[in-house]
Design a protein around this ligand. Structure first.
Ligand code: EPS
Length: 393
């Protein structure tokens, strides 16, 4: 089974990602891995921290001579900021005078709930792990899942469809997402220049007021055959697993499959995607059954249907505010302002990249469950056999 976990704190020495269950023989593209980490660091509205970090994953195990060997893959991503925190957050007892306690919990952050739960008079220990810095390790893990999927012709990318009040008003074309991911300067990762400028305007407006802004990203899985996930059991449905994967990302407060949100206010005939049958089998298609639109987001009954799988994540605005909301001090119990720590103003493009990783990991897990195999060669043989089977259906 494909499994992964992460460790590490925002201002600790490093982040760790541990991935197990990948078959042997998957080519590991280190340049791609670095590029994925870089993509997560981009976007208009990031804070000062991104000028400090240059994320790079150091692979410790599980990859030899450029390929996976079937054993667990451990990766380490150093926090460059650690040198500024060694005395503030030492592993040893250290000098208590140097600790930087957070005693005014920020509304919207894990500070208060976490401090109560873990019995800390200092929310520092909570925010260090709750921080979205952790998503770096997820992107490292997800890039391995992407390498596996890529070997089967499946790609995962994202784009931004909303920042605050500024919304993209047209559907994407897959090639536009490929072009976006290849860009060397990232503004708001939007396929439409005009909409992107409006999004930038939203960030500028918010920057002036000392506030933060949320938005919506869309992750697209392209090239996934029909039949991934199942209607048979609640915990094996593709839509349910994707929702959990994306919702588990910091600041994501809603997940939409296809046009699920609009579907709830529409009638059935406007929502469901009529089925047609092509005269000839197209090389790039899995079967001759076709759809003229994809409101279902490539999933029906918890099973992929061969169309692009689309998942949207709705992000709340970052909870660290330069003009803080009211809070209560842990020390005095008196009303005070919530703590302010250096932070970001808008992270929608970065969250989209982290969500690509989560989606890739969830899809790769189901793909491995369906097709099995301890080596990529075995997996591919099973995958190709199934492709042939559904082509002849
Ligand atoms: C974060 C606060 C900021 C962000 C951080 C998430 O970090 P710092 O407190 O060091 O300025 O930059 O995100 C990252 C470091 C990252 O790599 O995405 C938070 O509180 O969630």
């Amino acid at each position: 089974m494909l499994r992964f976990s992460t460790a590490g704190e925002s201002h600790g020495e490093a982040l760790i990602a541990l991935v197990s269950g990948l078959p042997a023989g998957v080519p590991v593209d280190l340049e791609f891995l670095s590029r994925e980490l870089w993509r997560r660091q981009q976007g208009y509205g990031r804070g000062g921290r991104m000028r400090i970090e240059r994320d790079a994953a150091h692979i410790l195990s599980g990859v030899r001579h450029g390929k996976t060997i079937g054993s667990p893959i451990a990766m380490q991503i150093a926090n460059r900021d650690w040198k500024n925190w060694e005395e503030i957050l030492p592993v040893e007892t250290g000098d208590p005078e140097k600790h930087k306690a957070v005693t005014s919990p920020r509304p919207g952050h894990a500070d208060l709930a976490g401090a109560l739960k873990y019995d800390f008079p200092d929310a520092r220990y909570i925010l260090e792990r709750a921080s979205a810095r952790e998503s770096t390790a997820r992107v490292a893990a997800g890039s391995l899942a992407k390498m596996l999927l890529r070997a089967l012709g499946v790609e995962v990318l994202s784009h931004v469809v909303r920042v605050g009040q500024a919304e993209l008003q047209r559907p994407y074309q897959w090639d536009e997402l490929v072009a976006l991911a290849a860009k060397d300067t990232v503004l708001l990762n939007c396929i439409d220049e005009e909409a992107e400028q409006r999004m930038k305007g939203e960030v500028d407006k918010i920057l002036r007021t000392g506030d933060t802004v949320g938005g919506v990203f869309e992750v697209v899985v392209h090239g996934l055959p029909p039949g991934i996930g199942t209607h048979a059991n609640w915990d094996e449905r593709l839509d349910g697993l994707l929702a959990q994967a994306v919702m588990s990302l910091q600041a994501v407060k809603g997940v939409e499959i296809g046009r699920g949100v609009t579907a709830a206010k529409s009638v059935g005939s406007e929502v469901h995607d009529a089925i047609t049958y092509a005269a000839e089998q197209e090389e790039t298609k899995f079967t001759r059954f076709e759809r003229e639109r994809n409101n279902a987001g490539g999933i029906e009954g918890g099973i992929s249907n061969g169309e692009d799988v689309t998942v949207r994540g709705y992000l709340k605005p970052i909870s660290t505010l330069r003009r803080p909301l009211a809070s209560v001090s842990f020390a005095t119990r008196e009303e005070t302002k919530a703590s302010y720590e250096r932070s970001d103003v808008c992270v929608v493009p970065a969250a989209g990249v982290a969500a690509e990783a989560m989606v890739a990991l969830a899809v790769a897990r189901l793909v491995l469950e369906k097709f099995g195999g301890d080596s990529l060669r075995e997996l591919k043989r099973n995958f190709d056999g199934y492709r042939e089977q559904i082509r002849k259906f």
